[in-house]
Design a binder for this molecule. Sequence first.
Ligand code: TYM
Length: 332
Amino acid sequence: MDKKIIYSGIQPTGCITLGNYIGALGNWLKLQDDDEYQCIYSIADLHALTVRQNPAEFRARTLSFFAQYLACGVSPEKNIMYFQSHVPAHAELTWILNCYTYVGEASRMTQFKDKSAKNADNINMGLMDYPVLMAADILLYNTSMVPVGVDQKQHLEIARDIANRFNNAYSPTFNVPEPYISTMGAKIMSLADPTSKMSKSDANINATISILDSRDVVMSKFRKAVTDSDNTIRIGEDKPGITNLLTIYASVTGKTIDEAVAECSDMPYGVFKQHVGEAVDELLTPVRIKYNDLMGDKAYLISVAKEGAEKAAYLAQKTLRKVYKKVGLFQL
Ligand code: TYM
């Protein structure tokens, strides 16, 4: 029996955050151990070009993100791992899918509206086309499931709409993918403002934990995490800061929220924050060590990326050829 395909990726912008880890990467690690699935994980470098990048920094960051995937335990033996730009079929299928996507639906995407507001001087076509490129990523591999955080749900919905539209116009071509979103940790909030998402590009350094932050930095950011003044540890809409810290604690320790509350409810806030910081540091210390080792062996990283790109390109090309034929492009 053919394995079901899992596909996901991260844009190499800012840093890989604890939010990315809990919302996405952590699930990748679980799924890679399930024999039912073939998982494909990319560095979404073409997506990152929708905002201006310094070329030298961008190039270095892209490789660093790849090393961080590996350092977290995403395994090149179990998965196909590659850089999106190394497989030309992504850009090629995007063009075709553009012709099956309406300007109206693309311009209604929440992230497009948010990013347009933030980059008012650079609302480029790529920004609007972003979800179509993401649909191409997913649809090229006949993906069944896409493990992402809740902020990507709308992009998944448009990918499904495009797939259905194409299938109905021709004949079944694309698998229609399902999102895979955890019930807990699908939206980790900023430590500085727990009513907004922890975001890679936050200008406030205390808002975000990078998975490469040192122990001192992790502890200091948790110490400063914004909470409230009522001194009780419980979850609730009226307690976004404490709810977020409990969610982080439960996610990184593998406990349920109820277990986390039971364990921490008697702690003063200062002790609780320290406790969460310790648990996060325990998760991240081995990642940091492995990352430093990997960055010392660029030849290895490049060999993994090359092998991944070859495997991905083979699969992607099969789908692209089918699509070109269906739309009536002349074949040689
Ligand atoms: P990106 O790079 O913004 O985020 C990577 C992954 O992390 C999740 N995430 C979060 N989860 C929980 N809490 C948070 N605060 C948080 N912030 C981010 C995101 O939902 C995502 O799963 N467009 C995608 C990258 C992409 C992609 C794809 C994903 C490109 N092609 C194909 C899936 C399939 C993005 O920008 O994610």
